[in-house]
Design a protein around this ligand. Structure first.
Ligand SMILES: [Zn+2]
Length: 655
């Protein structure tokens, strides 16, 4: 246990006594009172941030994110990286399209006025024109355990939606919209050697990182707007043409909300969780698909990872003009995506709803650093997405099932890795904005989904469940890092299967997460030849026992390692009398050979007969058929059929 964790635990226990069931350290708490003007697209806000120094360090500065400034002009790091487009949507060019956030005043309650001390910082790329992160030096230091209240007046101008947040006509999706304090990380918290603020600029390929707290938010806007937000709605009061809605969210790392006069509201319930779907009226017939898939996700995560600790879930269905805000996650609040009359066989609504819900666990509750270790959020979540989609919508049909074309979700994730040209240019463990040459989605989503499914098959269902449940229970509300996940896997696997097997699993994970090597094992050669009975002067020669009519064959099976990734492999060898032998190889050298002397000939050999190693990028070379004494035409037909079967298997996946 690090010093940092000790202090976190201390605060968790203090909170447990003082605030009744605090689940998290609650060191970044926001009270906000904001008003939206739908004409100017401006939010006027004031907030009080109650921040507690839960680190063992004395601090002389604060750092904040001002993400809406990523949309301020073409010179921001976000705009430069994304080229003004994101997921295919382009930034608008008229003035109303741009967004910004302006701190009008900032002071410590009962203390220093900080307004004139704000400095923009660009720790990631040195871009002096980027205004998405700030540092605020302090006259009086903040000691370990100190609480400060910071009063901020701010103005947030929402951009026209093209990436996640903003407006589209009178639809508003308000995310990353207020001054948000960064995470202070003491030495060793995620394995780093120096302590400091972990504050990153707003990037094209990166999401977020923040501390936990309680949010009390009052939103005022025209009374005909329907509102949805993170947490629970406490009240709604109307005054003239305006109304004020109050929300509270506990133990969350962020707060987002939406407003539109057009939403149709559908409410439902799963156990104690209130589900609220805000759907476009033209998509009303798709409401059930959102609700059913959300319930599937709630049920599956509850059973295989751990309980959902909140009692609300809001799902937003954006209009087509605001599609850039779809498929995004905030605590207890997700955006999905649909278009009118979407056929049931295109399971995009289900996939997006399940995926974004899954982020509640990895982004929201475990709350890993999405800037620096994106795979721990997107990748772990994509892995659970494949499991849930396959369970509820069929292994071979979970993503697409129309007119005889069938694609499973796991197959799609795996193909995204094995057939991607970027599969060797980067690692899954990499800062999200360091994928300039590509590979962000391959390495953050597809590859982790593939190696975590491989891990699952290597350890089996029960042990796999133990790993994930232990990981969740141990690390919820604590910002785990990659090394924490690997340590949990080691611990659980060692306990159940011993150190040798745990060491193999550890080697596999380390290569898969930190490396870019690919896995490819191949049966390169199989032969069987008749050994004539010994002839000549046979004094002192041992002759194998066999019936007079039987022949003895010597068979060879050669396995090669074509890729650089090393994994232990199983090889199933089938003889023409029906006998089968499974051989194990540590997979370390470039090749190995198995030799047999037997009355039967080898018919075929197959690597990884139970299809555990999804990481193997070429499944077509995993088997080899031998029929030496058959007529050549037949031989090639059989071989072709076997090869075809493997090709089909590698595309359609799994028998
Ligand atoms: Zn995601």
């Amino acid at each position: 246990m690090t010093k940092y964790l000790f202090i976190v635990f201390l605060f968790v226990s203090i909170n447990l006594q003082a605030q009744n069931k605090a689940l998290s350290p609650r060191n970044a708490n926001y009270d906000m009172d904001v008003q939206l003007n739908p004409e100017t697209k401006i939010i006027d806000g004031k907030m009080k941030l109650k921040w507690i120094n839960i680190s063992p360090d004395t601090l002389t500065e604060l750092q904040f994110h001002l993400y809406l400034n990523g949309f301020k002009n073409s010179e921001s790091t976000f705009m430069k990286e994304s080229g003004g487009s994101f997921r295919g949507d382009r930034a608008g060019e008229d003035k109303l399209s741009w967004g910004y956030i302006n701190i009008k005043s900032m002071k410590i309650q009962g203390g220093e006025n900080l307004t004139d001390k704000i400095q923009f910082i660009s720790p990631d790329d040195g871009n002096k024109n980027d205004q998405t992160a700030i540092s605020v030096p302090l006259k009086d230091s903040i000691l370990p355990g100190d609480t400060i209240n910071i009063l901020i007046n701010f103005e947030s101008k929402l951009p026209k939606i093209f990436a996640r947040t903003g407006f589209a006509g009178n639809y508003f999706l308000v995310g990353q919209w207020f001054p948000k304090i960064a995470v202070y990380e003491p030495v060793g918290m995620r394995g780093q050697k120096t302590g400091g603020w972990n504050c990153h600029q707003f990037h094209a390929h990166s999401e977020f990182y923040a501390d936990f707290g309680v949010y009390n938010v009052k939103i005022t806007l025209p009374k005909d707007y329907v509102v949805g937000a993170t947490g629970k709605q406490l009240s709604e009061t109307v005054k003239g043409n305006l109304k004020t809605v109050k929300y509270r969210a506990k133990d969350v790392i962020d707060f987002a909300w939406t407003a539109s006069p057009r939403f149709k509201v559908v409410v439902d319930k799963w156990k104690e969780v209130q589900i609220k779907l805000l759907i476009q009226p033209e998509h009303a017939d798709l409401a059930e698909r959102h609700i059913i898939s959300a319930k599937a996700a709630l049920e599956y995560f509850d059973k295989h990872l751990g309980p959902y600790p909140y009692n609300t879930l809001t799902i937003v269905d954006p209009p087509i003009t605001g599609a850039g805000s779809g498929g995004m996650e905030y605590p207890t609040f997700i955006t999905a995506g649909s278009f009118a009359k979407m056929p049931a066989g295109i399971r995009l609504i289900e996939m997006v709803t399940i995926h974004e819900f899954g982020h509640q666990y990895f982004m929201g509750i475990l709350a890993s650093n999405e800037f620096e270790e994106a795979w721990m959020d997107e990748g772990m979540n994509s892995y659970f997405e494949t499991r849930i989609m396959n369970k509820y919508y069929g292994k071979k049909t979970s993503f697409f099932n129309i007119a005889g074309i069938r694609i499973g979700d796991l197959e799609m994730q795996r193909n995204g890795y094995v057939y991607n040209k970027n599969r060797k240019i980067a690692e899954s463990y990499r800062y999200a904005w360091h994928y300039q040459q590509g590979g962000y989605s391959t390495m953050s989503y597809n590859k982790p989904a593939t190696f975590l499914n491989t891990l699952h098959r290597l350890v089996g269902n029960d042990l796999n469940d133990s790993i994930w449940k232990t990981y969740y229970k141990t690390w919820q509300f604590k910002h785990p890092s990659t090394r924490d996940f690997i340590a949990t896997v080691n611990e659980v696997v060692t306990e159940h299967k011993g150190v040798d097997f745990a060491a193999d699993i550890n080697d596999f994970l380390v290569q898969a997460i930190y490396g870019s090597d690919v896995c490819d094992y191949k049966v390169s050669y199989v032969s069987s030849r008749w050994i004539h009975d010994p002839q000549g002067i046979l004094d002192g020669i041992q002759i194998e026992e066999h019936s007079d009519s039987a022949k003895i064959y010597e068979s060879r099976v050669v396995i090669k390692r074509e890729g650089e990734m090393i994994m232990p492999v199983e090889v199933l060898i089938h003889f023409n009398n029906g006998k089968e032998i499974t051989k194990y190889w540590d997979g370390k050298s470039r090749s190995t050979e198995f030799k047999f002397r037997s009355v039967a000939k080898v018919s075929w050999a197959k690597i990884d007969p139970e299809n555990k190693i999804l990481m193997d990028v070429n499944l077509a070379n995993n088997s080899y058929v031998l029929r030496p004494n058959d007529k050549p035409a037949w031989k090639y037909t059989v071989k072709f059929l076997f090869w075809l079967q493997n090709i089909i298997q590698s595309i359609v996946w799994f028998v």
